[in-house]
Design a protein around this ligand. Structure first.
Ligand code: GAP
Length: 457
């Protein structure tokens, strides 16, 4: 049942232009996905809502858009060159590669948290773990596999520089700490947020857009005075949860998971994951970490500038602590799709509907003329379309098949549909149908913009 839900979502995403398999005309490139017309709107809406809530609405926050390619020393300082790896296990028979920790969790329900490579290898042997692909039990010893993609920068052969595609957007924020301080009047506590692509050469990308090698993040580094980080951490956990709740995620589907000390990332004093109830079980949606002064201090060891804060009243200089709420855009998109997807049994059929929050819905209003060959109706529906276009993303459908038009709009989550019919010609009203209740009401043309301003914005 739960597995089918993901299958249904994947099918709907392809059918209605949300998400397509990547490079399909060349037979596809495994685990890459392209956002189609509806998906691009949904994803942009998710990012816009995040930006409004976390940056625009807060006087203590500013935004940034840093580059994907960064000086390679960044990743030495951050610890990623040395420590950002997964235990790779290769099957000696079929040559497929897996994550050793995942094999233990999936096949023998043993958590590999805190285990080193030799212990993972020993447990795999002792417990008789098999290759999930061919069933062979000849698995190689686990190896450290760095997840960063590297590439060459520069046109001159032999003189090019090896650089990495960033595995997180966070470091772009840390390296710009001085730039932001010097160019704004912001004072502690303050945060810098940004959205953007990140890349990780995941050994086992899976579950649609949940785990991919190219993905997008929405990250905040919130700088605080040392000693105040615990209270700030708690505030960010609550504030982050509420973002999902106000956009329609039910509290029963969101859980908090405190990381065990053995599991903490090398930079973290405390981490809480916000997990969503995905069809295969609860999984990480957001990671909120208390990163102490780790990153700024590390950059101070390698960089040519010192990253620190000077209190303007006491003149005291110190390195702030950091709280980092880190969201995955694609996981948020998947979460909103899963939460919104419903199949409702009506008298004669089952309707598939995406009950997306109106602010997330790709299309806000569908506009129809009741009959295809009625020029007066088509003139009014087309003129409404032209009027609404600058205000909302709207779709015009003058095919005259209202039943089909409703179904199409329900499947992409359009909150309202407007039908221009013959009554419109006499009393200048149109039918407005609400997606969730399927109730219809008549609204006069001179009130229609106000109606949508109240219900959409
Ligand atoms: N800067 C901290 C950081 O990157 P993370 O827990 O590794 O922390 C944060 O990643 C979020 O990024 C995750 O909660 C998840 O939503 C998203 N994410 C991480 N790896 C991903 C992947 N391979 N595919 C899709 N989203 C991913």
């Amino acid at each position: 049942m739960a597995k089918d839900l993901l299958k249904d979502i994947v099918a709907l995403c392809k059918r209605r232009g949300f998400i397509f398999p990547g490079s399909e005309i060349y037979g596809g490139l495994a685990n890459t996905w392209d956002y189609g017309p509806m998906g691009a709107e949904l994803k942009n809406n998710v990012k816009r809502e995040w930006w409004k809530y976390f940056i625009q609405a807060r006087p203590d926050m500013v935004g940034l858009d840093s580059s994907i390619l960064m000086h390679p020393k960044t990743w030495i300082a951050s610890g990623h060159v040395e420590g950002f790896s997964d235990p790779l296990v290769e099957c000696l028979a079929c040559k497929k590669r897996f994550r050793g920790d995942q094999l233990l969790e999936e096949q023998v329900k043993i958590s590999a948290v805190g285990m080193g490579l030799p212990e993972i290898g020993k447990t795999i042997k002792e417990k008789g773990v098999k290759c999930p692909e061919c069933g062979h039990d000849k698995l190689a010893e686990p190896k450290k596999f760095n997840l960063m993609f590297s590439t060459q920068m520069g046109a001159v052969e032999g003189e090019s520089l090896t650089v990495y595609l960033r595995p997180e957007t966070a470091q772009g924020i840390f390296v710009n700490f001085n730039n932001v301080l010097n160019s704004t009047r912001i004072k502690l506590p303050f945060g810098i947020g940004q959205t953007g692509k990140s890349f990780r050469n995941e050994i086992t990308p899976k579950q649609f857009i949940f785990r991919t090698r190219e993905f997008e993040q929405m990250e905040i580094e919130y700088f605080v005075k040392p000693g105040t980080e615990d209270a700030s951490f708690q505030e960010w956990v609550e504030y982050s949860k509420n973002w999902f709740f106000q956009l329609g995620i039910q509290p029963k589907n969101l859980a908090m998971r405190e990381h065990d000390p053995k599991e903490l990332a090398f930079y973290s004093k405390r981490t809480v994951d916000l997990e969503y109830r995905f069809p295969w079980g609860f999984g990480e949606l957001v990671g909120i970490a208390s990163r102490t002064d780790y990153d700024l201090k590390q950059h101070n060891l390698y960089a040519e500038e010192k990253l620190e804060y000077q209190d303007q009243i006491t003149n005291e200089k110190f390195i702030p602590y950091v709280i980092e709420p880190s969201f995955g855009v694609d996981r948020a998109v998947l979460t909103f799709l899963l939460e919104a997807y419903q199949e409702e049994k009506l008298e004669e059929r089952t309707r598939t509907v995406l009950k997306l929050h109106p602010r997330l819905a790709p299309v806000k209003i569908g506009i129809f003329a009741l009959k295809r060959n009625a020029p007066e109706l088509i003139e009014i529906s087309s003129s409404l379309f032209r009027d609404f276009c600058p205000l909302w993303n709207v779709q015009l459908d003058n095919s005259g098949n209202i039943g089909k038009a409703y179904s199409r709009q329900d499947e992409i989550g359009t909150p309202f549909c407007v039908t221009v019919d013959f009554q419109t010609l006499s009393d200048k009203t149109v039918t407005v149908r609400s997606r969730d209740s399927m109730q219809q009401e008549r609204i006069s043309l001179d009130q229609i913009k106000n109606y949508f301003r109240e219900n959409l914005d």
